[in-house]
Design a protein around this ligand. Structure first.
Ligand code: GLV
Length: 327
């Protein structure tokens, strides 16, 4: 029996690949950088399945070049790189990896928030660079996290994990989302739903957890940053383009807000000479919020299980477009 062919667009955990290899012929893109569009199109020409990353554009052109394609499995919770509508039209299920990364991503978001507000990175470099000469009552002054107000924009699965953590820090939690949480959830987490502008005006920390859609592109721009407190910290571990980088640069250099901490940027990777990178009040890490060993292993396993189900013609355990099964 000939096994189905799959293209795995980057190295993932070997145990997950071994599992996939029991049911398919696997080709793995071993390079660190993503395959170019041209190479990707060549690689998928004869495949039955693709395991993709956020950096791979899985668009109509790709689906046209892959006439045998019957399963797309993304190793990420986000999937804005995939033309899901097109996949659905073609009856191709698209898998993703929700939930397993919620806690890990919220941990990192908290770490960013704390690092930016307590000048952690600047402190580390002061020691490394020999700038630390004395303990001084007025040096490295930041903002308290405990007892402050956390504004969560986008109260989805990761937003809820932020709320859980914030309770432990005795934070006042306010949030904005187009979908309000239940009264029960609001009471349990002691959080209040408010209009966007109120969240921006009243928060000491604003943490963004919305998906990237045409509606959320540059959702945080000049107007929104102007509403924030001069002592506020903006944290983005959602998607880079949700924050307008030019507006953020202006807000940080004019001290309209105190600091920003970004796991994601526009563009990605952000060039090392980008104006935001060398600002002392801006911390940027390379899109690593889900990067714990446990979580990335879970994501790898989940992506492989979705792909295997897709290849076997059974329902993917985590499918973005389950309507393909009801046609
Ligand atoms: C990472 O950003 C993801 O969407 O999983």
């Amino acid at each position: 029996m000939t096994l189905p062919k799959v293209f795995v667009a980057r190295q993932i955990f070997q145990e997950a690949l071994d599992k996939l290899a029991t049911v398919s012929n696997v080709e793995v893109w071993e390079h660190e950088s993503p395959p170019s569009k041209k190479i990707l199109l060549e690689k998928v020409a004869n495949v039955d399945g693709i395991l993709s990353l956020l950096t791979d554009s899985i668009d109509r052109e790709l689906m046209e070049s892959a006439p045998n394609l019957r399963a797309i499995s993304q190793i990420a919770v986000g999937y804005e790189n995939i033309d899901v509508k097109e996949a659905t039209l073609r009856g191709i299920p698209v898998g993703y990896t929700p939930d397993v990364l919620n806690g890990t991503t919220a941990d990192m978001t908290f770490a960013l928030m704390m690092a930016a507000s307590r000048k952690l990175i600047d402190g580390v470099y002061a020691v490394r660079d020999g700038r630390w000469k004395t303990w001084h009552p007025l040096h490295f002054l930041g903002q308290d996290i405990y007892g402050s107000t956390l504004g969560i924009i986008g109260m989805g699965r990761i937003g809820m994990e932020m709320a859980k953590r914030a309770r432990g820090f005795d934070m006042n939690i306010i949030y904005y989302d187009v979908n309000r949480r239940t009264q029960d959830e609001e009471e349990t987490y002691n959080m209040s739903h408010m209009p966007l502008d109120t969240v921006l005006q009243e928060s000491d920390f604003v943490s963004i957890h919305v998906n990237l859609t045409p509606e959320t592109y540059h959702f945080i721009s000049d107007r929104e940053l102007t509403l924030m407190k001069p002592t506020a910290v903006l944290v983005n571990a959602a998607r880079g383009p949700v924050v307008d980088p030019e507006a953020l640069y202006k807000a940080l250099t004019t001290e309209q807000i105190m600091a920003a901490a970004l796991d994601v940027t526009e563009p990605e990777p952000i060039p090392h000479n980008h104006p935001l990178v060398n600002l002392n009040n801006c911390i940027i890490v390379p899109h690593i919020a889900s990067a714990s060993t446990t979580t990335r292993l879970r994501m790898s396993t989940m992506a492989v299980e979705n792909l295997m189900a897709g290849l076997a013609g059974i329902r993917m355990p985590n499918c973005v477009n389950p309507e393909v099964y009801t046609k």
